[in-house]
Design a protein around this ligand. Structure first.
Ligand code: 1HN
Length: 348
């Protein structure tokens, strides 16, 4: 859309002086910023190489305890949105460190969180009365307004990726949070209970879904990896995605949480995807292997534990040097629910 010229440019300054104190603004001067042919975003493509940031993350443990910090997290700040505590326009991402013996105290908030385990094994997170011991590659959910605390009873540090809908909730002015009066909240179910009940293609006979969130809260990597390995035998590769699965809420087939879509994909050695675009800016965590991604006109080499971000509608192409497994998350379910999500397969 072209900028509409003012019919009387000589009068416009006086007219705006009239508008301004009345908290009025002429739309015709800004309409072109709303009526775009394609999306415009401050979000930039970027990669955080784990071997370049791990030391910095570990040093945080000398500065503050998990208890003092409440959550000892280094925010992955998009370079196009520094100081805005976000990795994409709508999403927060950070790397959380929990050292041996530490507890990140119990609280709850309206923002939904995902954990994706990057390094270490054996620490726990407790959500809504159930503890789960976490292993690398596990995907753990903390739905909106559920009590949660984390603890590390092992003798090694543990690092995970936190993905939250913080900026989205902020845009909607619906942020609420509450500390729990004790460091941990009470456990009311044995470990593994929800996975046994809901994660085996079965459900308790009278189960009635209570919320839009998945009743499973840890999707273990061992099972996800096995699914990919079994499926690869069929040799049905999607040109844009290789082999790509989405995590589902077994109650309704939708995403595990209503605001956060999560995915795991396998790109076999030598695979080169077709160019792809989608409106959901996406954060990737490299679980296995190495390769490179061409995002817009930049190339990013990646290997295990690196994190990179693909902005909304940026043409993306991924190439695997060896068998590679990529976890990713985005706000896709929000966009789909609102009828806004679009993709472009292969002709960017
Ligand atoms: C939070 O509560 C956690 O519970 C992690 O581990 C990251 C980022 C922003 C706001 C709340 C957690 C967070 C967070």
């Amino acid at each position: 859309m072209t900028i509409v010229a003012d019919v009387r440019p000589d009068l416009m300054p006086y007219y705006k002086d009239d508008c301004d104190p009345k908290n009025l603004a002429p739309l015709w001067e800004v309409l072109h910023t709303f009526a775009r042919k394609t999306p415009k975003s401050d979000c930039q493509p970027y990669i955080w190489h784990y071997n370049e940031i791990r030391d910095t993350l570990m040093k945080s443990a000398d500065l503050i305890t998990a208890e003092q910090a409440e959550r000892r997290v280094l925010i992955l700040e998009n370079p196009g949105m520094r100081g805005r505590y976000r990795v994409t326009t709508s999403l927060f991402a950070g790397l959380q460190l929990i050292m041996p013996g530490e507890i990140a105290p119990a609280h709850r908030h309206t923002q939904a969180a995902l954990r994706f385990i990057v390094e270490g094994s054996g620490a726990y997170t407790a959500v809504d009365g159930e503890k789960t011991i976490m292993e690398e590659g596990d995907f753990v959910i903390t739905p909106s307004w559920t009590w949660h605390d984390h603890g590390n009873e092992t003798d090694t540090p543990m690092v995970w990726l936190d993905g939250l809908d913080v900026p989205l909730v902020e845009t909607l002015d619906t942020t609420f949070a509450e500390p729990y009066p004790e460091p941990t909240h009470p456990t009311s179910r044995p470990a593994g209970d929800t996975l046994a009940r809901y994660g085996m293609g079965l459900a308790p006979v009278d189960h009635q879904p209570q919320t839009a969130n998945s009743p499973i809260f840890n999707y273990p990597y061992s099972r996800t990896r096995e699914a990919l390995e079994t499926m690869r035998k069929a040799e049905e590769w999607d040109p844009c995605h290789g082999l790509k699965l989405r995590y589902v809420n077994p109650d309704n087939g939708q995403s595990a949480m209503p605001t956060l879509g999560t995915f795991m994909q396998l790109l076999p050695k030598g695979f080169e995807t077709a160019t792809y675009q989608s409106t959901d800016a996406t954060v990737f965590s490299v679980v296995e292997g190495s390769g490179k991604s061409i995002i817009g006109d930049e190339t990013f080499e990646w290997s295990k534990r690196d994190h990179f971000v693909v902005p909304c509608w940026a043409p993306q192409k991924h190439i695997a040097n060896e068998d590679a497994v990529l976890f990713s998350f985005s706000d896709r379910p929000v966009q789909q629910t609102l009828g806004l999500w679009r993709e472009n397969r292969g002709n960017a």
